[in-house]
Design a protein around this ligand. Structure first.
Ligand code: GLN
Length: 195
């Protein structure tokens, strides 16, 4: 299975390593041609406003929206979660999103005093996961077809909706590949089947 990693900005290399560790072939995605024949795609952490702008500059916004709409499995971490959200609170004016997940995210939700923190999570279908949060969003609203996989307090920080999943935290930074395994085995392998 070939899984793309959006490689315009952010922690691309870490996701490539995690995907390869779970047996996928990882392909950095920088331009339109890199999107062809993918079985899934990872949207990394970084800066969602910068990534949104670069997606526009490289003419990837509409093609990627179309692929996600056609069912291409995607996993967004942190800034990637923001990109997959239908709506963002505290975004920049005119911030471009890819959408797909019926969620509203609050950007930089945990506040400036705790820009980064770590927390042990109970992720549905995975178990105990050590979550690394860096200026992370949380899910403020989740639509009825969104499954919440983990929370910090009352706030969802891991969600799945059909072929899409997203986490506020960065499993690619911990060496624990179970979230990538979940994505590749449960979403890419079963929801994939790209035309
Ligand atoms: N705060 C960043 C944003 O708004 C996300 C941070 C991250 O991806 N680690 O895009």
């Amino acid at each position: 299975m070939t899984v793309g990693v959006l490689a315009l900005q952010g922690d691309v290399r870490e996701h490539v390593h995690a995907l390869e560790a779970v047996g996928a072939t990882a392909r950095p995605v920088k331009r339109l041609a890199d999107l062809s024949g993918l079985d899934g795609i990872v949207l990394p952490g970084g800066e969602s406003t910068t990534m949104g702008r670069l997606l526009g500059i490289f003419d990837l916004l509409d093609p990627l929206r179309a692929l996600l709409g056609d069912g291409l499995p995607a996993y967004g971490t942190c800034a990637g979660m923001i990109l997959l959200a239908a709506e963002v609170v505290d975004g920049r004016p005119g911030q471009e999103l890819l959408g797909g997940l019926d969620i509203t995210v609050r950007r930089n939700a945990f506040g400036s005093q705790v820009e980064s923190f770590e927390s042990d999570l109970d992720v549905e279908g995975v178990g105990d996961v050590h979550g690394v949060f860096i200026r992370a969003p949380w899910v403020e609203r989740a639509g009825p077809s969104v499954q919440v996989l983990a929370r910090v307090g009352e706030h969802p920080v891991a969600v799945r909706q059909g072929h899409l999943m997203a986490t506020s935290f960065h499993p690619e930074l911990t060496g624990d590949t179970r979230m990538h395994e979940l994505f590749v085995r449960r979403l890419v392998a079963t929801e994939g089947g790209r035309p």
